[in-house]
Design a protein around this ligand. Structure first.
Ligand SMILES: [Zn+2]
Length: 330
């Protein structure tokens, strides 16, 4: 090394050493997220025996409770009514409350407001309250959250506003979402691979599920800055599945590495972002960051897409969550 380079290096070293440690490390953002889980008691409830639903629920809730993650689970009560299994399926639902979590309504049969029209959809909302309301009442809790099936909030503004007025009238707060990595798609492929004892495909699915969610979180953080001006308290959408039961702990670690801490849905909804103007309507349901962007006349671009192999596999297997006939599950 030449003397000049050496002295420059020495100066750099001195200035490096004299800088306080706190000023060197980039400040970790104070990120907050509420976790919500849809399609209870299980996304694949039609295909699973009650015993498997119970085991899956216990494993999922065990991790969430151990890590003290507040969660609201959204129920499709139609999935309870399998002959001979009704009691056990209701018990699986009850476990959510026993473990200290909260339940909300996700319609009775996972009907899309955009597909069935306002009146039929309202009936499906009401029918979806029966068991959940009873279970909550036993614990002196109220049924207070609603999540749209497929995130479909109405294909025109009049329908959207009438549906919202109906939900308010029945005592609901709509539960929006801002983080969505399409975990239902990974979950379907994962569960099918497990049935065939295809460990290699399961491992690949988990690896891609974690990487895709990390990319989606980064994208949502950037979009938040552009649209909201800061990163609001985010709301994550997941689905009740064997994949989440087995691997949600790793997903929570992905969030922690990005600086997130876990808050209640109630806390998240206190963020003023959730009062931003929102006139989004459309055939396709989507997240609220997109709602706000489109309301501002901006088209969000560059959203990470799930790997093509996963889309192909999902089509091959005719997989979906919610109702079996569902075209695009949320
Ligand atoms: Zn759903």
């Amino acid at each position: 090394m030449k003397p000049l380079a050496l002295s420059v290096a020495a100066v750099c070293l001195i200035s490096f050493l004299s800088t306080p440690v706190s000023a060197q490390a980039p400040k970790q953002p104070d990120r907050q997220v509420a976790v919500t889980i849809d399609d209870l008691p299980a996304g694949m409830a039609d295909r699973l025996p009650a015993a498997e639903i119970t085991a899956m629920t216990a494993k999922l809730l065990g991790t969430l409770r151990d890590q003290k993650i507040p969660v609201v689970g959204f129920v499709n009560e139609k999935k309870l009514y399998k002959p001979g299994e009704v009691d056990e399926r209701i018990k699986a639902l009850q476990m959510w409350l026993d473990y200290g979590f909260e339940l909300g309504n996700h319609t009775f049969s996972h009907q899309s407001l955009n597909q069935v029209g306002l009146k039929a959809w309202e009936d499906d909302v009401i029918q979806g309250e029966t068991v959940t309301r009873l279970l909550l009442a036993q614990r002196k809790m109220k049924l207070r959250y609603f999540r749209h099936a497929y995130l479909d909030t109405g294909r025109d503004l009049l329908t959207r506003r009438e549906a919202e007025a109906f939900l308010t009238e029945r005592g609901y707060r709509i539960a929006p979402i801002t983080l969505d990595g399409w975990d239902w798609m990974f979950a379907g492929v994962y569960e099918e691979a497990e049935k065939r004892n295809d460990a290699a495909m399961q491992q690949q699915t988990v690896k891609d599920y974690l990487a895709h969610h990390d990319a989606i979180f980064a994208y949502a953080e950037q979009l938040s800055l552009k649209i909201v001006g800061y990163e609001p308290k985010q709301i994550l959408l997941l689905h009740a599945s064997q994949l989440e039961a087995d691997h949600i702990g790793e997903l929570l670690d992905v969030l922690r590495k990005r600086g997130y801490r876990f808050i209640t849905l109630e806390d998240a909804l206190g963020d003023s972002a959730y009062s931003l103007p929102d006139t989004y309507v459309g055939e396709e349901g989507t997240g609220w960051l997109e709602h706000w962007a489109i309301t501002q006349g901006k088209i969000p671009q560059g959203e990470p897409v799930v790997p093509q192999w996963l889309i192909d596999r999902t089509k091959e297997l005719h997989l979906s969550t919610g109702t079996v006939t569902a075209p695009t599950p949320y």
